[in-house]
Write a protein that binds this ligand. Sequence first.
Ligand code: SAH
Length: 494
Amino acid sequence: MLVTISCTRPVGAAWPATDLGYLLHKNPSRRQTFEQSYGVAHVLYPEASDERCTAALLLEIDPVRLVRGKSKGTPDFSLGQYVNDRPYAASSLLSVAISTVFGTALHGRCAQRPELAGTALDLRIELPAVPCKGGPESAERVFAPLGWTVAATPLPLDPAFPEWGDSHYVRLELTGTLRLAEALTHLYVLLPVLDGSKHYWLDTAEIDKLLRFGEGWLTAHPEREWITRRYLTRRHTLVRTALARLAELDDQDPEELGALEHDFDDEEPGTETTVPQAVESGERGPSLAVLRRAAVYRALLAAGASRVLDLGCGQGALLLELAADRALTEIVGVDVSMRELKIAARRVRRLPEWQARRVTVRQGALTYTDASLRGYDAAVLLEVIEHVDDTRLKALEQAVFGAAAPGAVVVTTPNSEFNVRYDGLDAGAFRHSDHRFEWTRAEFADWAHRVGATHGYAVRFEPVGPEDAEVGASTQMAVFTRKNNDDDAAKGAA
Ligand code: SAH
């Protein structure tokens, strides 16, 4: 089993292509060997010049060890036993090797060449044999939307007997200009997806892996449902939980997921014994998202707001609810993501005219001061601050509380203490892969008090969602009120 990764030095670049060795943390002048539970992984460089450098990861799989190891008795292997294609075909074993041998690169870290880790490189990846049960088109389907030029050539079952036709293996060549870490996460997630089987039993940790390594590309991928299903090898409960979490990342309507159910059934009928139940959210009654929007709306009413900003509005779920209240005369949604905004704008256009005309959405980055956001009665940051790097959070505070300075600011964020109540969320893990932090109630209170003191706001706190005696509620909300509220100097100062 073999994968090669080649990097070509761009014209005029100051660094040699052999810097690929720094990114992979493997010296181009040495051959290295890593013991794995199922065999041995070798890293070597068939070519290493200033212009072009190729790293090869070669797995020597020991089928006997594989059968005796972790994969023993998994449904995908029990039949294969000692005779299987694993020594030759790229699969979940290659993903495991990528994560153990190139783990630092997979996470996008490189102490010696940090700027190079963040740079898109001219890459070419070659895999001589990839099991691709959906045919060569499925390789195109999953890799092309990520910016790769894909060449997937079916391999004949036996070159000596062309009449036997093609096998379900392809030779795969990917070329593109991407960051190395992106390239590795694509391989890590998508090779097992094309293969459609895993060599180990799956549990909910697999969902976290999918979301972690799919970060930044999976939510927007046109084939994300297919990828999720195949990655989780069609374990219904895992798939549905993963899709629900992806949808929440994306703020899609979870109800829309119901439409996927029949999809499952036309793939290998009868392989699953349990019919998927509703997504286990662990919540009774209205969803947390609904409770959050209701709490925010109540806070806006209490503040007597009529002109409001929804900062980081996403796909506009709150905008739609606020539009129904005539007392709100102007509602502005701001988000940095054009993709989210397009969806929000489409949803607003579908509202009755009297509602739609009071709502506008526009693009903006909350970490930059924007004079046109000044003078509003209230601003909402609904599940937004935890998406902002802590190094940029100060800039957001200044832009929102310092420069825009609305009469009130309503902020919601996860209460990390509550995470222990979510099954399947590892200790210390975040609820979503895009979260940069999740705070305890004390951490949130510290932050809010400091921001309030710096910018002249009083602050009060409210739990959102059913409260647990020990760990509190799932969501925490802070309502900031500007202390010099009567002084309307800020208004119209723009
Ligand atoms: N408020 C929405 C969406 C929450 S998800 C809701 O609760 O449904 C977080 C949103 O914040 C995303 O849509 C993301 O694009 C946006 N966001 C993150 N960082 C941002 C920034 N710096 N400027 C503007 N929007 C940002």
